[in-house]
Design a protein around this ligand. Structure first.
Ligand SMILES: CC(=O)SCCNC(=O)CCNC(=O)[C@H](O)C(C)(C)COP(=O)(O)OP(=O)(O)OC[C@H]1O[C@@H](n2cnc3c(N)ncnc32)[C@H](O)[C@@H]1OP(=O)(O)O
Ligand SMILES: CC(=O)C(=O)O
Length: 538
C-alpha cells in the first residue's frame, strides 16, 4: 500500500463485542476498557445502544466524566422506525440524550431487509435514512452511517444499495461505513465493491466486517486497500456469532505490512497488554494461538526452526515480537534438537560446560524417550528445568518419596475423608507422616507438606492452583497411563510440572514432588544470589 491518508480506528468492543455469546461487561468494565482504548490511541469508542438497556444509559452518563485524550465516545442505534415520525422517535431521542459528540446509526441497504424487516418500499427507506441522519446532524452531532448488510445488498441490487448510501450522504452523514453484517463476503468482492462505491460517493468510507467466513480481518484490509479510511472492529475479535474483525490483528497488519498510518500514533508495543487487559476484564482465558499477541504466536517448537531462529530470528518470525509487546519463546519436546535445549539453558542463565555436545545429545534423547512415555515438557517447563539442571549436576532433589499408602473410601456409606501416609527421605532422615484430605490428591499434598515444612518452612508460601489429568492410552481403559499436570504459585510466580504413570497417585506424586523441588530450588537460589549481591555491595 502506498503512503496514504491516515486511517481512523473505530472500536466497537463495548457494543458489537458484547453481542457475542457469553460476553458481558458491567458499566465499570466498559469505562475501564474505554480509558484503555483511549490511551492506546483509538479515535472512536462505540459505547453501546443507549435506548437498549439501563446499563448502556448509565455508561453514557458516566462516560461524560471521562477525561479522554484521543478518542470520541459514540452512541449507537438504528434509524427511526418510520419516516413520518422522526421528531418523536424514541431511539433517536435516546441517542441525542446520551450527549455524545458522535452518533452512529445503522440503516437498511439490502432491499430484502428494507421490505421484510421494516415493510418499507425503496423510497420510504431512502427517506427514513435521509431524515434520521438529517435530524441528528441538525443537533450538531458527527453522524456516522453504518450501511447494514451493504455487501449482500449490493450483490443483490447495487442500485438500491448505492441509493441508500447517497441518501445518507445527502443528509450530511460524516462517514459511510459499509457493513458485511452476515460476514460471508470474500476479500476480492470487498475490494471491488468498495472501489465502485468510492467512485459514486464523496463521503469518506469505512468498513465493518464480521467473521462468519473467517475473513473479517482480510476483508477489513481489502476495504482499506480499496480506499476506505475508517476501520471498525473489536479487541480480540469478540462479537455477534463468530465475532467482529479483530483490531488486534488489523492494527499491526496495517502498520507493519501495509505501510499504513492511523490518525493517532498508536502504542503498538502495548498491543499484547491491551489484548490481555480485555480478556482479563471479560474473565476469559487468552487465546494462546492468537496471531501477534498469543502466547504461542512466537513460540518455536521444531528443532529445525529453533536452530535457524537462534541464528536469525526473522528466518521463522514474520515480525519482531517486541514491536507488538510479545516475546519469542522456545518449547522443549520430542520434536526438539540440541538447539532447543541450548536456547532454554541460555534463557535460564545456566552455565554450560565448555565441551557439552555429548551432554546435549544425551539430554535430547532422554527428553524424546520421556515424551514417548507420555511426559509433555512444553507445558511443564519447571519439570524440564529440573531435568536439565539434574543432568548438569546443578540440582539434587531436596527429598525422596520412598513409599505412599492411601486410605480411600467411596460409595453411599462413605464416612471419613481420604487419608495419605508417606515415607520420605529428607536431609538424611526418614519421615513417616499421615494427613487427611478432600480426595486422595489433596491428602497426598497435605502429607507431603506436613513432612517437609519442618525442614523447608518456605513451602508454606506456595500452593497448587491447577491440577489436570489426561488419560494417555484411552484404548487400554482403566489400565491406561495417565499424565498429571500441576500448576503451582507463590502468589507472584507460577510454574508447571508433570508426572506420568499407570497409577494416578504415582503420577500425582511425581508432579507434586517436582513442584516443591522446583520452588525450593528457585527460592533458595534467589536467596543465595540476593545474599551474595548484598555482601559484594557492602
Ligand atoms: C447489525 C447489528 O448488529 S444491529 C445491532 C443489533 N443489536 C441489538 O439488537 C442489541 C440491542 N437491541 C435491543 O435492545 C432491542 O432489540 C431494541 C430495544 C433495539 C428493540 O427492542 P424491541 O422494540 O422489543 O424490538 P425487537 O428487538 O423485537 O425487534 C427489533 C425492531 O427494530 C426494527 N429495526 C431493525 N432494524 C432497524 C432499522 N435499521 N431502523 C429502524 N428499525 C429497525 C425491527 O424491524 C423490529 O421492529 P418491529 O418489531 O416493528 O418489526
Ligand atoms: C452495524 C453492524 O453492527 C453490522 O451491520 O454488523
Amino acid at each position: 500500500m502506498k503512503e496514504r491518508n491516515a486511517i481512523e480506528l473505530y472500536d466497537t468492543t463495548l457494543r458489537d463485542g458484547t453481542q457475542g455469546e457469553k460476553i458481558n461487561l458491567s458499566v465499570q468494565d466498559k469505562l475501564l476498557i474505554a480509558e484503555k482504548l483511549d490511551e492506546f490511541g483509538a479515535d472512536y469508542i462505540e459505547g453501546g445502544w443507549p435506548s437498549s438497556n439501563p446499563k448502556d444509559e448509565e455508561f453514557f452518563r458516566k462516560a461524560l466524566g471521562l477525561r479522554l485524550s484521543n478518542a470520541k465516545i459514540c452512541a449507537f442505534g438504528s434509524t427511526a422506525r418510520k419516516p413520518d415520525n422522526i421528531a418523536n422517535d424514541p431511539n433517536l431521542a435516546g441517542l441525542l440524550a446520551s450527549e455524545t459528540p458522535v452518533i452512529t446509526i445503522f440503516g437498511k441497504t439490502w432491499k430484502a431487509h428494507s421490505a421484510v424487516s421494516l415493510g418499507l418500499c425503496d423510497e420510504e427507506n431512502a427517506e427514513l435514512i435521509y431524515r434520521s441522519v438529517e435530524h441528528l446532524k441538525k443537533e450538531g452531532r458527527e453522524v456516522l452511517f453504518d450501511a447494514e448488510h451493504f455487501f449482500d445488498g449490493y450483490k443483490d441490487n447495487p442500485a438500491f444499495a448505492i441509493k441508500m448510501l447517497l441518501s445518507a450522504e445527502e443528509a450530511g452523514a460524516d462517514r459511510l461505513v459499509l457493513c458485511d453484517t452476515n460476514g460471508g463476503t470474500l476479500p476480492n468482492e470487498i475490494y471491488e465493491i468498495v472501489k465502485d462505491v468510492a467512485s459514486s460517493t464523496t463521503v469518506p468510507l469505512g468498513i465493518h466486517s464480521h467473521n462468519d467466513g473467517d475473513l473479517a480481518v482480510a476483508n477489513a484490509l481489502s476495504a482499506l486497500r480499496a480506499g476506505a479510511m475508517h476501520v471498525q472492529g473489536t479487541i480480540n475479535g469478540i462479537g455477534e456469532r463468530c465475532g467482529n474483525a479483530n483490531l488486534i490483528s488489523i492494527i499491526p497488519n496495517v502498520v507493519l505490512k501495509m505501510n499504513g498510518r492511523f490518525r493517532h500514533k498508536l502504542q503498538l508495543n502495548q498491543l499484547t497488554p491491551l489484548s490481555k487487559f480485555v480478556y482479563e476484564i471479560l474473565n476469559m482465558p487468552p487465546d494462546n494461538r492468537a496471531p501477534f499477541v498469543g502466547r504461542s504466536a512466537f513460540a518455536h517448537k521444531g528443532g529445525i526452526h529453533v536452530s535457524a531462529v537462534m541464528k536469525e530470528s526473522s528466518l521463522y518470525e514474520h515480525i519482531d515480537p517486541k514491536s507488538v509487546g510479545n516475546r519469542q519463546r522456545v518449547l522443549v519436546s520430542e520434536l526438539s534438537g540440541q538447539s532447543n535445549i541450548r536456547y532454554k539453558a541460555n534463557e535460564l542463565g545456566i552455565n554450560l560446560p565448555a565441551d557439552n555436545a555429548a551432554l546435549f545429545k544425551t539430554l535430547v534423547q532422554r527428553i524424546k524417550t520421556l515424551e514417548h512415555e507420555g511426559f509433555q515438557f512444553d507445558v511443564a517447563e519447571a519439570s524440564f528445568e529440573l531435568l536439565l539442571r539434574h543432568q548438569l549436576g546443578q540440582f539434587k532433589p531436596f527429598f525422596t518419596v520412598l513409599e505412599s499408602k492411601l486410605h480411600i473410601e467411596s460409595g453411599k456409606n462413605r464416612e471419613s475423608v481420604d487419608q495419605a501416609v508417606l515415607k520420605i527421605e529428607v536431609c538424611d532422615e526418614i519421615e513417616l507422616t499421615a494427613a487427611d484430605g478432600d480426595g486422595p490428591v489433596n491428602a497426598l499434598d497435605k502429607a507431603l507438606r506436613k513432612s517437609l515444612r519442618g525442614f523447608y518452612p518456605e513451602i508454606r508460601s506456595m500452593r497448587l492452583v491447577d491440577y489436570k489429568v489426561r488419560v494417555l492410552e484411552e484404548k487400554k481403559g482403566t489400565s491406561a497411563k495417565v499424565r498429571v499436570l500441576i500448576e503451582s504459585s507463590d502468589g507472584q510466580n507460577s510454574w508447571s510440572t508433570v508426572g506420568v504413570s499407570p497409577n494416578i497417585i504415582d503420577a500425582s506424586l511425581q508432579a507434586l514432588s517436582d513442584s516443591i523441588n522446583y520452588y525450593l530450588f528457585t527460592y533458595r537460589t534467589e536467596k543465595a544470589n540476593r545474599l551474595s549481591t548484598a555482601q559484594s555491595a557492602s
